[in-house]
Design a protein around this ligand. Structure first.
Ligand code: CXF
Ligand code: ZN
Length: 371
């Protein structure tokens, strides 16, 4: 038996997301069939579409899905049909990082999330007219009416909260919030500069406010994003086009900052985010450029100032704990991530992508099937 679905298929490098019929396999013993209600669009979907990350095409992308469980494999006990779930990144559950509670640094993160297939046997659950299409992208491929996920990467959530808006918690929003809360873990009263005020950077701004940072500086080239940053808790905004030099400005204004977070994926900005640190400061690098991209730093500056550089994947989150924590912060009014979202009908996916790339929309969420 198999399931007939509609999916947004990318056929060629930098090609369009084409909504087409496709066939999905029934869930295997450890898998979960989810009817997708909402799916966020993340920058990573676009760098894979453009083949900067090499998931084989054709592919069904999408990795911020939220939906309703329809069927579960015989070995699945954590969720059952009817449950509302957020789908997050996948991990093997057995490597040292997973066993240590840090699945974002899973030794086989790449195979599980970018392989386009089940890591166990390299099969894909998706096909079109018997031709293989990459599936299981981030353990889901949620730009589709239905997704095959795994027991490990579905996070049950309460059903009294609008389901479509929860999808981005599975990637972009937990990445920014976790980058601050889990990775940098700033002391109250400290200063932090956040480079990039997209969904990741703005989630980081909200998290810095929650952690009691006194100075929260958002840096971005777009005025609408800087305005949003101010609304969400940034104490200062900085447009690099409006100052001579971002590093000199922040060094002059603050004597350097205690923490910095790089979310743009531009290697030159990763260097700036290192250079704005004060003594013993820490920069978290989140934004991913193309594979093989390098950034440089002045070695003596790093040594003499005792600076720290740390790479961050998915906010170092354990989604099973962190997503419910973020929902609780949302309920308390401390983490209004819904303000980042603009909704689109599934068939308008290309418009959603265009608005995300132009910077007009911070976090597009596709309404895929009815809640
Ligand atoms: C990704 C970004 C690229 C590095 C791995 C994690 N996160 C999801 O968008
Ligand atoms: Zn993502």
């Amino acid at each position: 038996m198999s399931i007939e679905i509609e999916a947004a298929v990318v056929h060629e490098e930098s090609g369009a997301f084409e909504i087409e019929d496709a066939t999905l396999e029934e869930p295997r013993t450890d898998e979960v069939l989810v009817r997708v209600v909402g799916a966020g669009v993340c920058h990573t979907d676009l760098i894979v579409r453009d083949q900067l990350y090499p998931t084989p095409l054709p592919a069904v992308l999408g990795h911020e899905g939220a939906g309703v469980v329809e069927r579960v494999g015989s070995n699945v006990s954590r969720v059952e049909p009817g449950d509302h779930v957020v789908m997050s990144f996948d991990s093997d559950g057995t490597c040292p990082s997973c066993r240590d509670g840090h699945p974002a640094y899973c030794a086989s993160f790449f195979e599980h999330n970018f392989g386009g297939a089940r890591p166990s046997d390299e099969t894909s659950p998706i096909s079109q007219n018997d031709t293989r299409v990459s599936g299981r992208f981030f353990g889901q491929s949620s730009f589709a009416t239905h997704a095959i996920a795994t027991e490990r990467n579905v996070v049950p959530v309460e059903d009294d909260i609008p389901l479509a808006m929860l999808g981005p918690l599975g990637c972009g929003i937990q990445t920014g919030a976790g980058g601050v809360i889990n990775s940098l873990d700033p002391q109250a009263g400290s200063s932090i500069a956040i480079f990039g005020a997209g969904s990741v950077g703005l989630s980081a701004v909200m998290a810095a406010d929650i952690k009691g940072c006194t100075d929260v500086i958002a840096v971005d080239l777009k005025g609408n994003r800087l305005e949003k940053a101010s609304e969400l808790g940034a104490t200062q905004t900085l447009n690099p086009d409006e100052v001579d030099d971002v590093v000199e400005t922040l060094q002059a204004d603050y004597g350097g900052v205690d923490y910095a977070l790089e979310t743009t994926g531009v290697p030159a900005v990763a260097k700036q985010a290192t250079d704005v640190l004060t003594q013993r400061g820490t920069v978290g690098v989140i934004g991913a450029p193309e594979l093989g991209a390098e950034a440089s730093y002045d070695v003596n500056d790093l040594i003499l100032n005792g600076r720290n550089i740390t790479g961050i994947v998915e906010g170092d989150s354990d989604p099973q704990q962190f997503i419910p924590d973020l929902i609780e912060l949302y309920r308390q009014g401390k983490f209004p991530f819904d303000e980042l979202i603009t909704y689109y009908d599934f068939e308008d996916i290309e418009q959603a992508v265009a608005d995300s790339e132009s910077g007009e929309t911070i976090k597009p969420v596709l309404r895929v099937t009815d809640a």
